[in-house]
Design a protein around this ligand. Structure first.
Ligand code: FAQ
Length: 310
């Protein structure tokens, strides 16, 4: 019986169709989706922290309003994605427990500190830029609830990317000090941003993910697309990307770039980056501080249910 279900599943995936929550699916497919979607959700939620750090110090009311909206959007993406993961039969509590006990990962990028105001712009430009590059193909991934969530998320990320670029353009038209802040931020965020795409394809262990139509484009191909798109944007902005080996390769039709420091990448992924301890501590604290809200909501729901029965 399973073989028939499997054949139906394979045919649907091969034809570019969507698998829905109540459809039969291989256990390994369910597992890798829960892993990826929940880690994506955790990244959105932890990703609120580096920029959240600047809300109270934004230089104008306009920039503060933009930043507030952006950080709220990230919170919304996280909740969307937790809900998508829950359709696969895992509970919100289990997902949170996995994050808080460090069993689940979140993106390496959010373990770097935001040291100056230009960091907010560079996160929008490079980090949201990389996120969009990675998420556009996910709009067509084989799992319907994840694919549909990605459509709205990508639209919002596109606003995030533009606000970052706009912020940087403004600073680059400003004083020499402001220009230096932008270059300093670019120097610190460039390499971590291209690490976001994950290990080289040969070291990417979740190869089934491509076969099942979850990842439509590989880590290295997405990274290359991102580098190719970003070089021209850096020129317009008037900043230098901190890679002396970055140059156009006419034969390949792509930019070549220098070697990634994988030791740094795995160090950060495995909990030893500059901010890992603080980020997680903040999330755990927020969860504990919010306990009374969860209790109140549950008590309210119980009361409502009892009233309906009476
Ligand atoms: N950081 O076999 P692969 C955002 C792990 S955007 C940490 O290649 P896979 C928006 C990987 O999990 C950021 N860990 O894995 C925003 C696996 O470990 P595991 C979030 C990483 O899954 C912007 C191991 O290495 N976006 O939040 C990283 O096939 C601004 C082996 O790797 C997404 O999550 C990394 N960078 O490919 C918010 C997108 N890379 O799970 C606020 C969806 C790899 O076995 C402000 N996710 N690892 O323990 C994906 O597309 C994929 O999961 C990849 C990794 C491409 C990230």
């Amino acid at each position: 019986e399973n073989a028939a279900y499997q054949a139906e599943f394979d045919a649907k995936v091969d034809a570019g169709g969507f698998i829905e929550a109540k459809d039969w699916m291989p256990e390994a497919y369910r597992k890798t989706l829960i892993r990826q979607i929940s880690q994506h959700a955790h990244s959105e939620i932890v990703g609120m922290l580096p920029e959240g750090n600047w809300i109270s110090r934004a230089p104008s009311l306009k920039r503060k309003a933009i930043l507030l909206a952006k950080v709220q959007d990230e919170g919304g993406h996280g909740l969307y994605l937790y809900a998508a993961a829950e359709t696969l039969g895992v509970s919100r509590d289990e997902l949170m427990e996995a994050l808080h006990s460090r069993r689940a990962k979140y993106s390496s990028i959010f373990n770097y500190p935001t040291l100056n105001w230009a960091d907010v712009g560079v996160i929008g430009w490079l980090v949201d830029g990389a996120a969009i590059m990675n998420q556009i193909p996910l709009c067509k991934c084989s799992y319907g609830p994840y694919a549909r969530a990605m459509i709205r998320v990508c639209k919002e990320e596109s606003f995030h990317q533009r606000q970052g670029y706009d912020l940087l353009l403004t600073m680059m038209r400003g004083t020499p000090e402001q220009q230096e802040m932008v270059q300093d931020a670019v120097n610190r965020w460039w390499w971590p941003s291209i690490m976001m795409f994950g290990p080289h394809d040969k070291d990417s262990v979740h190869t089934d993910s491509a076969r099942w139509g979850i990842k439509r484009i590989s880590n290295d191909d997405l990274r290359q697309k991102f580098v190719d798109a970003t070089v021209k944007q850096a020129e317009v902005l008037g900043v230098t990307l901190p890679d002396p080996e970055l140059k156009w390769n006419a034969e390949r039709g792509h930019y070549d770039f220098g070697a990634i420091d994988w030791e740094e990448f795995w160090n950060v992924v495995n909990g030893h980056g500059q901010c890992n301890v603080d980020r997680l501590a903040e999330r755990v604290q927020a969860w504990e501080d919010g306990a009374w809200v969860r209790e109140a909501a549950l008590a309210h729901a119980e009361k409502q249910a009892a009233r309906e029965q009476a």
